[in-house]
Design a protein around this ligand. Sequence first.
Ligand code: ARG
Length: 253
Amino acid sequence: MKTLKIIVAVVLVAGLVLAFGACGKKVTIKEGVLTWATNAQFPPYEYYEGDKVVGIDAEIITLIAEKLGMKAQVEDMEFESIIPAVQSGKVDVGMAGMTVTDERKKVVDFTSPYATGKQVIIVKEDSPIAGPEDLEGKTIGVQLSTTGDLYITWDLVDEGLANIERYNTGADAVQALVQGKIDAVVIDNEPAKVFVSMNEGLKILETEYITESYAIAVAKGNTELLNKIEAALQELIKSGEVQKIIDKYIKAE
Ligand code: ARG
């Protein structure tokens, strides 16, 4: 009887220690800090205002961090470096108007989507290109490693139907278009609107190329962090705060 009591007590204490241990364990690389990787060349989702990264993603991740009792800290990098940074644990999450794709799902985990994007085509106002079917035989500019790059590569370049120029930023691709070095740019619709409004003589074609969902990427296996972020994100979606942020940056036409 006595031994049984001792065993029960030991099991109880062990359980408590485990439970507290789990609470105290840090879920991010720096305790109390949620480090997010982005490529701050993508207005209105992330861009610089002075030396500060602002935009839809910056505001949403700040609120998520707040809900988790943390501070959000941005790490600005090339778009193609974001997923490797998440995978290697250099950062906690990636948030960059990042489209959920099957390929990416193989290497990172995603939250539920928080926004929708579309790949659109930007051309010069007097361009003969009127839709995706006219891209054949043309030179198309994209931001390296984005879905615009992937789709144009798969659909046209790999088939020997078009040429591609890959730039470090969407803005660089748009500059090349303005200078007549390329025939079109394929990029997400909201950044497209910003870039077109900043340059003379460009237009966005009506027919979109493809519709996609943006979500936050977390390292595979870090389910604890993924679940926490997902719960905070869902609260912010339900309370209407995510929509409020989107509406602040994207004015209805
Ligand atoms: N939605 C596209 C993708 O996921 C483009 C994202 C580019 N984002 C950025 N911050 N530069 O590939």
